[in-house]
Structures are given as C-alpha cells and as structure tokens.
Design a protein around this ligand. Structure first.
Ligand SMILES: CC(C)CC(=O)SCCNC(=O)CCNC(=O)[C@H](O)C(C)(C)COP(=O)(O)OP(=O)(O)OC[C@H]1O[C@@H](n2cnc3c(N)ncnc32)[C@H](O)[C@@H]1OP(=O)(O)O
Ligand SMILES: Nc1ncnc2c1ncn2[C@@H]1O[C@H](COP(=O)(O)OP(=O)(O)OP(=O)(O)O)[C@@H](O)[C@H]1O
Ligand SMILES: O=C(O)CCC(=O)C(=O)O
Ligand SMILES: [Fe+2]
Ligand SMILES: [Mg+2]
Length: 335
C-alpha cells in the first residue's frame, strides 16, 4: 500500500522524467531540489548521484543496492589485511576481534578460522581505506550531506555454522547501537567481499521498516545460544515479507539505520565475508539514552569497557562513539 505522500512523490517524479511544459518550468537543479523538498523527500538529499528512481526506492524501501561499486583489487587487499590481523601480524589500536560463541570456549581453534568479525578498524590504514573510497562517499553524501563521519567499521567473517545456528544475526535495527541523531542522516554501506546468497547467509531485510520507529531489542531466545551484543527486535514476526539480498563481490548496499535486517545461517564450509561502515553527518548530535529502549545496550557496553579496559561509569556510551568516529569528508562540526 502506498502512502499519500508517496503517491504525490510519484506524480512529481513522473513529471520530472517527462519532457513536458512542467519540466521546462522547473529547469535548474536548484529548482528541482526545492521541488523535491516540498514533495516529501525525507530520507535522501539533493544530489546528482541518485536517479529519481533510486531516490524513490530508498524513500520507500530504506535501502538501495549498487552493483559492482568496489573493485576486486581493493577487496582482495582488504582480505589480505584481514588475514594479517587474524595471524596477529598487525594490531591497530582499538581493534576488536570477535569469535563465534559456538567455538569461543574451545581451546584448539586459534587461527583466522576462529574470527567471526573485526570491528573498529579506524586505526588500520589499509582497512580504513574502504571507508574513504570516493565512489562510496559520493553515495553516502546523498544521505548524510557533505560533512561525513565514519562512525563504525566492521569486517564480518561469518563462519560455517557449527550446527547450532549461532552464525545467524538476529533481525535488528542498527540505530539501537547509536546514541546520535537524527536517524535519517545516518547510513550504512555494506559491501559483499564475495558472492553472498541464502546458502552462505546473505543480508535479509524487511523493506519499508525504516519508516517505523526504533523498537525494543533483546537477546532472542535461541536454543543454541546467541553472540555477545547480537540483540534482536523483540516479538519478531517471522511471517513478515523478507527480502534476501543476494549480491556479487563488490556490490554495495546502502541502508537506513531503522531498516530491520539480519542475516541467515551460513550453511557452506566457507567464511562469508563483508566489509561495512556506518556513516553519519558530523552535524548529528549525541543523545542521552537513559530511560529509552537503548539503555540495556548502554549498560552492556559499559560492562564490557569495565572488564576489558578497567573503565568506570565516567566513560560514557557517547564517549565510546566520539572516540571511534573519524572525519572522512568536510568538517567535524558536532559529533
Ligand atoms: C550497528 C552495529 C554496531 C551492530 C553490531 O555490530 S551488532 C554486534 C555488536 N557486536 C559487538 O559489539 C562485538 C561484541 N564483542 C565484544 O565486545 C568482544 O568480542 C567480547 C564478547 C567482549 C569478547 O572479547 P574479549 O574480552 O577480547 O574475549 P575473551 O575471549 O576474553 O572473552 C571474554 C568473555 O566473553 C565471552 N565471549 C567471547 N566471545 C563471545 C561471543 N561471541 N558471544 C558470547 N560470549 C563471548 C567469553 O567466553 C568470555 O566469557 P567468560 O569466560 O568470561 O565467561
Ligand atoms: N526469532 C528470531 N528473532 C530475530 N531474528 C530471527 C529470528 N528467527 C530468525 N531470525 C532472523 O531471520 C533471518 C533469516 O533467518 P534464517 O536462518 O531463516 O535464514 P534464511 O536465509 O531464511 O534461511 P532458510 O533458507 O533456512 O530459511 C536471519 O537474520 C535470522 O537471524
Ligand atoms: O553481515 C552481517 O551478517 C550483518 C551484520 C549486521 O547487520 C551488524 O553487525 O549490524
Ligand atoms: Fe546491522
Ligand atoms: Mg529460515
């Protein structure tokens, strides 16, 4: 079902695409931009990189998939760097190496096969190059505007499932992890480092859910266990229409932080790899999550910081983000 705003937008776009008297009347790009602004474009900004169809698609669905955006050569270099990290040949400050919950207690696994993801590679120049790729930033700017911070970085190495379905990532909204707003000026870029499909656990999205609000998140009640910090939306309805995003190496999806998404089990013997970065406009502002649905996450983050680094409560959730964020374009104004 289309909302009235969406109907209106479709009318506007159809006029923009047709060489009619209407289009002659709104000839400059500034005029077109203001026309869009007055006709319900909420999630995308004025930019030349997105076609009218792509804008409409992001407005409606909360994601767009761009084929072949990152070169094989770059992806192969990221893979080599990841392998070096796993062999402990490099260790960048702040880097978080995570093991799958199904194998974390077993003593005999100790090479790259044990690593299910690395996070916070902002101090690893080779991996961080991903966050600065000009062809990615061109798209990011259409969602964040010109001042861009790379806030969160990940290379996900989804392991072959050990039989307990722990390789799944429960359905969630990334905004649950972020104490900054507005949500519409945040976007995730997620690039497949090899072909991803339903068999090796591709991304699964619920189109249009970015138009809802932030839902309550908790650990799902899965028999085989759940990875640390893998919260899922409470009362997930498995009947909702899902889309499996099958992608080729180098394809990149940009998605809104309220879009409900997750990933399925990896039923292959390979390690399904993807690299991603969450960007935000540096004009965003931090919020206090106390008394909100995000409070449980904040407590957990502080618990980990206390155990790992001996930090007390004066180290806030906000601090943990301000510390990791890096400017990649424009000016650092607020975040
Ligand atoms: C938008 C975006 C932010 C969304 C997301 O990324 S969702 C996922 C977010 N994930 C994360 O933030 C990563 C969380 N992981 C971590 O912080 C770390 O990997 C830790 C779980 C704290 C473990 O790190 P570290 O302390 O270096 O490892 P240790 O081997 O010393 O283990 C300490 C205790 O943690 C346990 N552990 C380690 N890995 C996992 C796991 N995957 N799932 C559940 N429990 C785990 C481990 O067994 C150990 O427990 P005890 O022996 O103390 O009982
Ligand atoms: N109870 C739940 N709570 C939250 N997320 C769930 C729940 N059950 C499944 N999911 C998520 O739904 C998505 C699809 O999971 P699933 O393992 O069924 O993968 P799939 O690709 O549909 O595989 P299959 O082909 O076996 O159906 C994953 O993100 C998974 O983690
Ligand atoms: O690559 C995946 O499996 C999804 C990861 C994800 O959504 C996340 O970590 O927030
Ligand atoms: Fe996510
Ligand atoms: Mg399923």
């Amino acid at each position: 079902m289309m909302s009235r705003a969406t109907d209106r937008l479709k009318v506007v776009l159809s006029h923009l695409e047709r060489p009619t008297a209407r289009i002659a009347a709104i000839s400059t790009s500034a005029q077109i931009a203001s026309h869009y602004d007055h006709h319900a474009l909420r999630y995308t900004l004025d930019s030349d990189v997105l076609s009218p169809e792509q804008k409409l698609s992001y407005e409606e669905n909360g994601f767009i998939l761009i084929k072949n955006l990152v070169s094989e050569e770059d992806i192969d270099k990221f893979r080599v760097e990841f392998e070096r990290i796993c062999r402990r040949e490099v260790l960048a400050p702040g880097l978080l190496v995570m093991r799958d919950v199904a194998i974390v207690k077993s003593e005999f696994v100790q090479d790259q096969k044990a690593v299910s993801k690395v996070q916070d590679f902002q101090e690893d120049p080779e991996l961080f190059r991903y966050c600065c790729l000009p062809q990615i930033l061109r798209y990011v700017e259409a969602f964040t505007g010109p001042n861009i911070m790379a806030m969160h970085t990940m290379l996900i190495n989804k392991p072959p499932d050990a039989g307990k379905k722990t390789s799944r990532h429960p359905m969630h909204q990334d905004l649950h992890y972020f104490p900054f707003r507005p949500a519409d000026r945040i976007v995730c870029a997620w690039t497949a480092m090899e072909r991803v499909n339903r068999t090796n656990g591709c991304l699964v999205v619920l189109p249009g859910t970015h138009r809802g609000t932030l839902r309550e998140h908790d650990y799902p009640e899965w028999e085989g266990g759940v990875n640390k910090m893998y919260h899922g939306i409470r009362d997930y309805d498995p009947q909702l229409p899902r889309v499996h995003l099958e992608m080729e190496k180098g394809d990149t999806v940009f998605f809104h932080p309220l879009l409900v998404h997750g990933s399925g089990m990896n039923q292959t013997q390979g390690f399904r790899k993807a690299i991603s970065c969450h960007y935000a406009s540096s004009d965003c502002y931090y919020i206090d999550v106390k008394g909100t649905t995000q409070e449980n996450l904040e407590k957990e983050v502080q618990g980990i910081a206390a155990r790992k680094y001996g930090l007390d409560d004066s180290f806030t959730f906000k601090d943990s983000w301000a510390m990791r964020g890096r400017l990649v374009q424009g000016e650092r104004t607020s975040l």
